[in-house]
Design a protein around this ligand. Sequence first.
Ligand code: LLP
Length: 443
Amino acid sequence: MTPMPATTTPDPTPAELIAGRPHLAMHAMDGLLIDEVPLNAIADITGTPVWVYSASSIRRRYRMLVGALSAAGVETHIHYAVKANDRLAVLRLLAAEGAGADVVSEGELRRACEAGIPAGNIVFSGVGKTEREVRFALIQGIAQINVESAEELEMLSAIATATGHTAQVALRINPDVDAGTHAKITTGRAQDKFGIPYADAAALYRRAAALPGIQPVGLAAHIGSQILSLAPYRAAFGRLAELTRALRADGLPVRVIDCGGGLGIPYRDEPAPLPAALAGAIRSALRDLDAGVLIEPGRWLVGPAGVLLSSVILAKQTQGGRFVVLDAAMNDLVRPAMYDAWHGIVPVSPVDAVAAPAPADVVGPVCESGDTFARDRLLPPLTPGARVAILDAGAYGSVMSSSYNARLPAAEVMVDGSNWSVIRQREALADLWRGERVPHWLK
Ligand code: LLP
């Protein structure tokens, strides 16, 4: 077996994981609670696997971020990166807090609007926007389009002119900064597909100012995701500031600086920068520029707020070791398979929580060895039907799920204090092939 990335410290215990997450608690009778609701009570009704999100956690985190930015004296607008978790209930919750959105497709734009975030509070990012998507966004009155290439800029100008709109454009630059995160989610190095090469950006900004239907308003950068150090942020913000000054010296207006997303969270015990530290980095790089600042956080707002609640199908012992087979799989949460990501796994039952642990590989039923949530994780004896919560699954969880192995997407629930509701029903199996056709010549 290929080991998950080597770590030198022992895994945090379930008690330590719970203690670090204010929306979770272990109750002596009811087992693991999210807000005030026993996860068992949810699973008894919805079945498993089921995603459960704490509304209070998302709200608390949003307000903490707003507080950190305003304490630093940085007038910053938060555009939630919808891709992290695009469920209407999540978007509605953030809309009520005043968040704008950062979207990367017509689908995300429609979802955000449907949830009550007006297009005038939405930024459209992405390296490959189609003509149809751009036209739709302009008609909706999108606040800003972050353009990532000369080709896209010309296309946008043609569409804006043809439809009688003026597109407010920020140029997303590629600052050639390594965010120091997993290679698959690093986006700001020169070899990455994203953004406009730094050296080309000034000329393209000038071109944007001359093109019909385009109003260049500013600059953007997004260097990656799950960023755990401030240094790459400082480097990227420094480049944004430098370019802003150069453009202004040329007489070009730069009103907006979009600092992207990427702020990491501790999944295991990683020391992750706090919002105050990010706010400080924004402030020191951009405070003299008198520009409007945007950020596009996704994971930081919603990641810790969600769990994937799953039941043990069976536990098997082989020469290779002990395997706990869950009813959740890589088709639900792909992060461990895709990024070797570490997620905490906590037994839900108060009895399991105190039983003596032993190492186990925690796996799903999908027919791939990569369908492994954790290796050598210390867990109590878990018998069929025992439930576990896979932690920090609120971001890039359900949105990345698939129906591989003809498995149904899991149901989704939102909890708020002692209230909870299903926010996405489990579908029926026949829904999986709705829309498929067997051609008449095979019948
Ligand atoms: N803005 C842009 C332009 C982005 O591409 C992204 C994420 C964000 C903002 C939000 O980044 P965040 O604050 O969530 O780190 N599926 C991967 C993460 C992919 C991130 C893609 N872009 C994972 O599970 O780790």
